[in-house]
Design a protein around this ligand. Sequence first.
Ligand code: ADP
Ligand code: MG
Length: 230
Amino acid sequence: LKVENLNKIYGKGENQVKAVDNISFSVEKGEFVAIIGASGSGKSTLLNVISGMDTYEEGEMYFNGMETSYYDKKDWEDCRRENISFIYQSYNLIDSYTALENVETVMRIENGKESRRERKKRALEILDQVGLKKRARHKAVHLSSGQKQRLGIARALAKDTDIIIADEPTGNLDVENGVAVMKMLYELSRDKLVIVVTHNFEQVQDFATRKIRLFDGEVAEDILLNPQQE
Ligand code: ADP
Ligand code: MG
């Protein structure tokens, strides 16, 4: 994923805000990128733009070398489906569905070719991977916060994209669950690109391979880190 002189501008005239101000970077599979910065520095806007949920006004963004500035709505839908999973601070689950149904639903949308049986088998494997196998038949609404976010990760895994993007995924979690979720995302970054916005850099400093700090919409710091191996 590469962005070049990316700009996202909200509003017009005097009310204009450059939420993303001339940002350039290039990140790839195998990286665990932590994006940090004060509230209002443009973190969410940047994530929304690079995940195709919001538009950008100037600059260029590339997925696998492909320009995206000319993409229309349909192109973005295809691109998102193929490349990007998003994990939300507020989980974004279907509360009345079981954990299993939450995962299967993603699969049904993303890959219509699988049989019901294949879907179920793969969904249970993924739930096992995030430690929720025993909760497969529990409704999402009855899960704890930590379990809900692990289900959020399971849904991202069900989509099986090269890029996972998470906006403050641990914002509603206690320390222990927060670290567990970050650890899980770090494991996934071995063969995916994981980009995480966090308020709490301490929580990811042992895992992050790169730190990008935003200030007023601009990149104030972009450094490679050596994660401590366990
Ligand atoms: P962060 O996630 O770092 O807290 P945001 O990306 O949410 O920051 O916001 C960056 C800036 O863009 C802020 O000044 C915010 O007020 C502005 N902004 C965000 N979304 C909108 C919007 N939809 N319309 C107008 N301004 C916005
Ligand atoms: Mg935000």
